[in-house]
Ligand binder design. Structure first.
Ligand SMILES: O=C(O)CCC(=O)C(=O)O
Ligand SMILES: [Fe+2]
Length: 315
């Protein structure tokens, strides 16, 4: 299978403009635009997060994932979105409303009653950095659409929430090429993904062909989610992706998902609607979308099922 190098965006190039009021359209934003149209995926480099912190995050999450099942079960709660879930092929730990030091501390104390400051510090610091990075990424994407990024960030994105997942994939009983995370598109607004450098993530092109995503240490992978696809009136795509087994002993990934407030209307601005691009979606809320997809849990076996946004909002 062909391997692709995701388009690389050097976010440090518009650091100052993002902090100011106006982002000048320039070559790096043209790359964001092309990447979001073509793949719905890009890679962010020069993000300012120290490689030492990323190594520490990998090390503490390895510690967490290697705890015995009965210890991990101590963090299982009645709300599956807020705890630990053991799926056949991988473990998922969920932290809601990040950055939230209380929820990190709470989970940590259940796993390590004697405390684990390394874990709390590393996950806490990563969440803080990612919250800051998300603002820069969203503003860059808005500017790449030719929009007033400051205005639209404030009106539609400032109140977005974030959840952090820790995914741990095991190799137990796996054969090369086995699909360990089925084909899906992220339903949220946007995902900023960090992984431990192991390969396995694949993206499906517009033409329906699967590509291996080349791994690149110390960078973050960004992908557009279904809600953002709808907000852009379909100009940017929320890509199907999956994870396959490629021979690792175990594999860690940390998706940081940005979500619209549950009851906010998701609605493309008029600037993105014209004769060439007539309005594609009716307004909908994230909570209505979640309700719709709960029937198939967000995973679509090779995407035969129409996406949630197509089912509830397409005009
Ligand atoms: O593990 C990965 O690289 C991707 C994870 C993912 O797509 C997800 O959690 O939605
Ligand atoms: Fe995903």
């Amino acid at each position: 299978m062909t391997e692709i190098n995701l388009p690389e965006i050097d976010i440090s190039q518009f650091q100052q403009e993002i902090e100011g009021d106006h982002i000048q359209y320039h070559a790096e934003l043209a790359k964001v635009r092309e990447a979001c149209k073509e793949w719905g995926f890009f890679r962010v480099v020069n993000h300012g997060i120290a490689p030492e912190l990323l190594q520490k995050v990998v090390s503490v999450t390895q510690d967490l994932l290697s705890m015995p099942a009965e210890v991990k079960d101590r963090v299982t709660t009645s709300n599956p979105a807020e705890s630990y879930i053991r799926l056949p092929d991988f473990d998922v730990f969920c932290f809601m409303g990040m950055p939230n030091t209380d929820s990190i501390q709470e989970m940590c104390e259940k796993i390590w009653p004697e405390g684990n400051s390394n874990f709390c510090e590393a996950i806490g610091a990563l969440s803080l950095f990612l919250s800051d990075l998300r603002t820069k990424i969203i503003k860059s994407i808005l500017a790449s659409l030719g929009l007033d990024a400051t205005k639209f960030y404030k009106s539609d994105f400032e109140k977005c929430k974030a959840n952090l997942h820790i995914n741990g994939y095991s190799s137990h009983g796996k054969c090369m090429g086995d699909v360990v995370l089925p084909c899906h598109a992220d339903v949220e607004c946007l995902t900023i993904l960090y992984n431990d450098g192991n390969t396995g993530l694949q993206v499906r092109s517009k033409q329906g062909k699967w590509f291996n995503i080349k791994s690149q240490p110390d960078s973050f992978i960004v992908n557009i989610g279904d809600c953002f696809q709808a907000w852009t009136n379909g100009r940017y795509r929320s890509p199907d992706h999956r994870v396959v087994y490629t021979g690792w002993r175990n594999r860690i990934s940390l998706p940081f998902s940005i979500i619209f407030p549950h009851d906010a209307q998701i609605w493309a601005p008029v600037e993105l609607v014209d004769d060439d691009d007539p309005r594609r979606y009716k307004p909908f809320t994230y909570s209505a979308l979640l309700k719709e997809i709960s029937s198939y849990q967000g995973y679509q076996a090779d995407a035969e099922t129409p996406k949630g946004i197509e089912r509830i909002a397409v005009i």
